[in-house]
Design a protein around this ligand. Structure first.
Ligand SMILES: Nc1ncnc2c1ncn2[C@@H]1O[C@H](COP(=O)(O)OP(=O)(O)OP(=O)(O)O)[C@@H](O)[C@H]1O
Ligand SMILES: [Mg+2]
Length: 517
């Protein structure tokens, strides 16, 4: 029958310790549609999709594929049923090439012993061309940009014959122009008759790409609607279970003549290596890092950057991904050494909310409470004569969890079991609660639901009002315009303009970001 849903999930339940991640969820996917799933952090979205993809077994409930009851006991079984999943955190093997990753079956025996790599490469190249992807197949994926890694994941899933594509927050890590590319790709897959599920926190994306949307709240599916019949406000209210009330945070005027951070003529050449830069001098007040002049070194990642951030100020950094923002953050947090110019920090404690939480923000296999003391492990409160003070660590962790509304089963669980948004909230809580003098926040609300994102915004303004200096890198112009006292726009490694939010708009910022001024 044509009208039989391609996927139907009924009464799905899944419990993790004390947490009921899915409590009686129903979900229906129709053939050839793009179906969005939205909901607060921890609502159970990823859990539901992991059950569908055979990564978790449900405690109760039924799944029908094309009208037939099935037990999806493993991803391998799911793949046989035509399902493919691009997970919230990619599962590629970093040192393998894109091609190896794509060919690599999750269960090696499925493809026998011999793989005809050349034939595979031809097939994959054709697939990539069709989708408009430009993936260097013989490059190790660890050296590919995040957008290209995602293309690799999508190619992998399609190469393994998926008809139903599940994508868990695929846009969270992408720059705006990459999101457009992804949506084009989703449309062409839909036109080929594939069915797609996308999880996202951005309601404008839901409105732009989806045909249907399902809202989850606290482990339940609370509504399913055609996109034509709904709007972002209604969706937000269904997600929260209450109207979304704007939170007003007042900005106080802070006068302070001495910058917390000053960059003068900072240059970082493109052929630079990573190395220790700035943060190693962390114990000395008012430290300065100088570097020899090396302007002859070709193209620059950072080109004569002059910038000051004062206590009590949020300076936003706008720019199209890849114009030096990442390098700027790396220089400030000690991951890279500058080639010329000078950096001065007039304080001792830098907080860093990194863009890639899995690489730099948390220790996935460690306990939740231990993740709270990363970077603070020398603090007397947590460690005395080389001995960890467990009680004290747990108390601090519990306080932060409470303050940031982070839901966990048990604080001794490994952090990797937490939902993506909850992991991000832990990084933000740890960094902001450590009483930093300078906060370097890269995409601090990535992966957070509307509520949580607003809360983080209010914490950043609060820090600013308490005379902290904040450098905020974000891909979201709304976020920058709303939070910043000044916005510095980066283009091609340079700061091409510094503007006040009250005196600019998205069009002007957009033009500066493209180097058009
Ligand atoms: N393997 C696990 N062990 C313990 N708890 C888990 C596990 N997986 C998920 N949880 C918990 O179950 C709840 C639902 O998690 P899930 O990952 O499904 O949320 P989500 O809706 O995808 O949230 P986010 O928007 O933050 O990604 C969360 O409280 C999460 O921490
Ligand atoms: Mg999730």
């Amino acid at each position: 029958m044509k009208d039989t849903p391609i996927i139907e999930m009924r009464g799905i339940q899944k419990q993790f310790g004390r947490i009921q991640a899915n409590a009686d969820v129903d979900f229906t996917l129709r053939r050839g549609e793009i179906h969005a799933i939205v909901g607060e952090n921890g609502a159970g979205k990823s859990t539901l999709m992991k059950i569908l993809y055979g990564l978790y077994r449900p405690d109760a409930g039924e799944i029908f594929v094309d009208g037939r009851a099935v037990a999806i006991s493993s991803p391998r079984r799911a793949m046989r049923l035509g399902l493919g999943m691009v997970q919230q955190h990619f599962t590629l093997i970093p040192i393998f090439t894109a091609l190896q990753n794509i060919i690599l079956a999750k269960e090696p025996r499925q493809f026998g012993v011999l793989i005809d790599a050349q034939q595979a490469e031809e097939k994959i190249t054709a697939l990539a061309t069709q989708l408009g992807f430009d993936v260097p197949l013989n490059t190790p994926v660890e050296s590919l940009p995040i957008g290209t890694q995602q293309h690799t994941e999508i190619l992998k899933v399609l190469y393994h014959g998926a008809d139903i594509l599940i994508m868990d927050e695929p846009t969270a890590v992408l720059a705006p122009q990459e999101i457009e590319g992804l949506f084009n790709c989703m449309h062409s897959l839909k036109n080929e008759g594939k069915s797609l599920i996308i999880i996202t926190h951005k309601l404008d994306e839901v409105m732009a790409i989806a045909d249907t949307v399902t809202v989850m709240r606290r482990g339940q599916s609370v509504a399913t609607s055609l996109i034509a019949d709904t709007n972002p406000t209604a969706l937000a209210e269904m997600m929260l279970g209450e109207p979304l009330i704007p939170t007003a945070v007042t900005r106080e005027r802070i006068e302070n003549p001495t910058p917390m951070l000053r960059l003068e003529n900072v240059t970082l050449s493109a052929d630079s290596d990573t190395g220790m830069g700035f943060a190693r001098f962390i114990n000395r007040r008012s430290r300065k890092a100088h570097a020899p002049d090396s302007r002859e070194l070709g193209k620059h990642h950072l080109d004569e950057i002059d910038l000051e951030v004062f206590p009590g100020e949020i300076v936003g950094i706008a720019g199209v991904e890849g114009n030096g923002q990442t390098e700027l953050v790396e220089v400030l947090t000690g991951l890279r050494r500058i080639h010329s110019g000078s950096l001065t920090l007039n304080g001792e404690r830098i907080a860093h909310i990194p863009a890639d939480r899995h690489r730099h923000g948390i220790s996935l296999n460690d306990r939740i409470d231990d993740n709270f003391i990363i970077g603070h492990h020398k603090n007397r409160r947590y460690c005395n004569r080389g001995m960890l003070r467990r009680k004290s660590i747990q108390r601090a962790a519990l306080n932060a969890l409470d303050k940031y509304h982070i839901q966990v089963g048990d604080i001794v669980d490994r952090i990797k079991v937490l939902s993506g948004g909850n992991q991000q909230k832990i990084v933000v809580a740890r960094e902001l609660e450590g009483r930093p003098e300078l906060i370097v926040a890269a995409h601090p609300t990535r992966g957070l639901d509307i509520h949580a994102a607003r809360f983080v915004h209010s914490r950043l303004i609060h820090a600013r009002n308490r005379a902290r200096a904040v450098l905020l890198v974000s891909a979201e112009l709304d976020e920058l315009l709303q939070l910043s006292d000044r916005i510095a726009v980066m283009y091609d490694g340079k700061i091409v303009g510094i503007v006040k939010p009250s005196e600019t708009n998205k069009q002007e910022l957009g033009a500066l970001m493209l180097g058009l001024n």
